[in-house]
Design a protein around this ligand. Structure first.
Ligand SMILES: [Zn+2]
Length: 256
């Protein structure tokens, strides 16, 4: 059984076949998924999916990729993740690839989200792109080790991974790890301790090889597990089990 720890199946890309997507997910033994809302208006559809479908959970934070979105206070964010089916604050973080300086708004928003996670007692889902040093510095300054965090869709080198692991962080691997150009990420996926790794799709984006270029969906996450199994010289079943156990522990969910 697999846990897709990060997807966006509430998005319009799934409006025509969302029920089929969930059916295929079940057929592929993907029994759990976290659906991530990146703006306030998305909370309601995400919660609806979680309420209507066993094994689906929600998360919310204001996207780090859109300055125009209104900022919420620490208390307001904590309130919006209060529902028991909302299992994390995120995704939040820094994106220096997509966005360009001045980015004080992004760093400030990130800090507020970490404070909100500490206040709510729920862990953080972190998006970090081309911003390794600042990500670590802000996680430290706001004591993210208290609530716990995962670097979702991990993109970076071993040095970055090691700093996050040393703070108690988790690493989540998406379809990117299967790409031929992703050697740094593959090195991290080989070396990371087995009690700190998750798998995800980040669907609809980043479909893994051999489905690269297609719309991604949770039923594709076993391909990521299969690839990790090869890298770590184990079998897919073992990767499924350890990543399920890790994610359950992180999100505060019972093992089935
Ligand atoms: Zn995402």
């Amino acid at each position: 059984m697999f846990f897709d720890t990060h997807c966006h199946i509430h998005m319009p890309q799934f409006d025509n076949d969302r029920t089929d997507v969930i059916t295929r997910m079940r057929q592929a033994q993907v029994t759990r998924a976290v659906v991530v809302a990146t703006e306030e208006a998305e909370i309601e559809p995400v919660l609806k999916l979680a309420e209507e479908n066993e094994g689906i959970f929600g998360a919310f934070a204001v996207s780090p990729q859109d300055e125009e979105l209104p900022d919420l206070s620490t208390e307001e964010i904590a309130k919006r993740v209060k529902h028991p089916l909302m299992v994390a604050v995120g995704e939040t973080g820094l994106d220096y690839h997509y966005c360009h300086e001045p980015l004080d708004w992004q760093r400030k928003r990130f800090g507020t989200h970490i404070d909100a996670a500490n206040l709510s007692g729920k862990p953080l889902i972190i998006h970090s792109r081309e911003a390794q040093d600042d990500t670590i510095a802000i996680l430290k300054a706001h004591q993210a080790y208290r609530c716990g965090f995962v670097l979702h869709c991990f993109c970076g080198d071993w040095d970055f991974a090691k700093k996050a692991l040393d703070m108690g962080g988790y690493l989540s691997f998406s379809g990117i790890v299967t790409f031929r150009s992703a050697q740094d990420i593959q090195e991290v996926a080989r070396k990371a301790p087995q009690d700190r790794i998750f798998i995800e799709t980040d669907s609809p984006y980043l479909a893994p090889i051999p489905l690269r270029g297609k719309r991604n969906e949770p039923s594709f996450v076993p391909h990521v597990a299969q690839f990790l199994a090869q890298l770590r010289q184990t079998d897919c079943e073992t990767i499924a089990q350890i990543t399920m156990r890790n994610a359950n522990r992180f999100f505060g969910l019972a093992n089935d």
